[in-house]
Design a protein around this ligand. Structure first.
Ligand code: PLP
Length: 405
């Protein structure tokens, strides 16, 4: 590469990704094929519009490409309609809301602190500027979704849209219960499956479209293991037409055709039998990992996990904040993120929890044994009273990453 400064940063990042234990629940490692397609000359092409209906000439190849991506993702989720153009999960959400709502309409989503996403109506997100946002949380005893409470709130605030799905929730989400509440109050219901999309495709988590949810949005880069971006799915023809208009020209311009190429490659991978095997291992690893910590005496929010992630209450378990825990872990080569836990008394920049996920290291081939070893290291490091004693653990982590242990 001619630009040595950027090349140097790419090499440094490559080394970081090779030598660290990647436990951020929303990250993954894409295949060479996804990387190649995303870095391809499709980046040069403008293609405003949709297949066979573009505002630019020379679209014969991108038309075929986008049709392939659409057909593959429809097959994955058993969806009738799909839009693969959203540049990100956040843009997919905003475009979906914009498709069916007017500004000022009422939305009801999961609170950020309880595990929801910023775009589900959190106060700093533009979703709360253009829509009147209310939130639901989790049950104080179980830390799980409390449908009686959600119903009560829905009956009171009368939302036009109920948003379900989460960024930090480790239990199966019962889409049917959301649909029932939405029907009772006359609301649309949208499931944001950004985190569990891969599990859904593998049949390891209920599919919201099968359960009657109106719109499904997702990122493509978490458990789905594709190029970074978003998608929107629906089985409703009228809503599908509104979504297409809302993505382009409503909220975006030209689609990133190179990213759509990367998405298409990953969708092809997700349709292969190995993908299901991978997702099964992702869940198994998360359960072994969280159970190991529980058996040591740690507090995990909801007591465990049904999916690819869990929240460790580091305050209850070790008397430290999420920020201190995150800093300590990075010192020994483990990357995870501090995360608020339900009813947290710390700010989102400090937090009482750390979120751990298994998709990335499972892609690298880790199984139960490696996750038990990393759980033991994490337990020791977070129990350590003096930061000066941490360096001895770096070697253990590196050995584990390099497969030498
Ligand atoms: N929705 C959920 C549930 C998420 O967890 C995230 C990202 O973390 C998003 C949406 C937003 O995705 P992006 O970062 O691509 O905008």
């Amino acid at each position: 590469m001619e630009d040595k400064k950027i090349e140097n940063l790419i090499r440094k990042e490559e080394k970081r990704q090779e030598e660290h234990v990647e436990l951020i629940a929303s990250e993954n490692f894409v295949s060479e094929g996804v990387l190649e397609a995303t870095g391809s000359i499709f980046t040069n092409k403008y293609a405003e519009g949709y297949p066979d209906n573009r505002y630019y000439g020379g679209c014969e190849n991108v038309n075929e490409l986008e049709k392939l991506a659409i057909n593959r993702v429809k097959k994955m989720f058993n969806a009738k309609f799909a839009n693969v153009q959203p540049h990100s999960g956040s843009q997919a959400n905003f475009a979906a809301y914009n498709a069916i709502l007017e500004s000022g309409d009422i939305i009801l989503g999961m609170a950020l602190q309880a595990g929801g996403h910023l775009t589900h109506g959190f106060k700093v997100s533009s979703t709360s500027k253009y829509f009147k946002a209310y939130s639901y949380g989790v049950n104080k005893e179980t830390n799980e979704l409390d449908f009686d409470e959600i119903r009560k709130i829905a009956l009171k605030v009368k939302p036009k849209l109920i948003i379900c799905g989460a960024s930090a929730y480790s239990r199966i989400i019962d889409w049917k219960k959301f649909k029932k509440i939405a029907d009772e109050v006359g609301a649309y219901v949208l499931a944001d499956v950004a985190h569990v999309a891969g599990l859904i495709v593998a049949g390891l988590h209920p599919n919201p479209l099968k359960d009657g949810i109106d719109i499904v949005t997702s990122t493509t880069h978490k458990t789905l293991r594709g190029a970074r971006g978003g998608i929107i799915l629906t089985n409703n023809k009228e809503i599908a037409a509104k979504i297409d208009k809302s993505v382009f020209p409503g909220t975006q311009g030209g689609p990133l055709m190179n990213v759509i190429a990367g998405k298409a490659v990953s969708f092809g991978e997700a349709l292969k039998p190995e993908f299901k095997k991978y997702q099964k291992q992702v869940i198994k690893n998360a359960q072994v990992f969280s159970n190991y910590l529980v058996n040591k005496g740690a507090t995990i929010v909801t007591g465990g996990t049904d999916n690819h992630l869990f929240l460790l209450d580091v305050k209850k378990s070790f008397g430290i904040t999420g920020k201190v825990a995150e800093d300590r872990l990075i010192k020994i080569g483990i990357v995870a993120n501090k995360n608020t836990i339900p009813f947290d008394d710390e700010s989102p920049m400090i937090t009482s929890g750390v979120r751990f996920g298994t998709p990335a290291m499972t892609t690298k081939g880790w199984k139960e044994k490696e996750f038990e070893s990393i759980a033991e290291i994490i337990w020791k490091v977070l129990s350590e009273k003096d930061d000066k004693n941490l360096s001895k653990f770096s070697n253990d982590t590196l050995k584990l990453v390099k497969g030498e242990q």
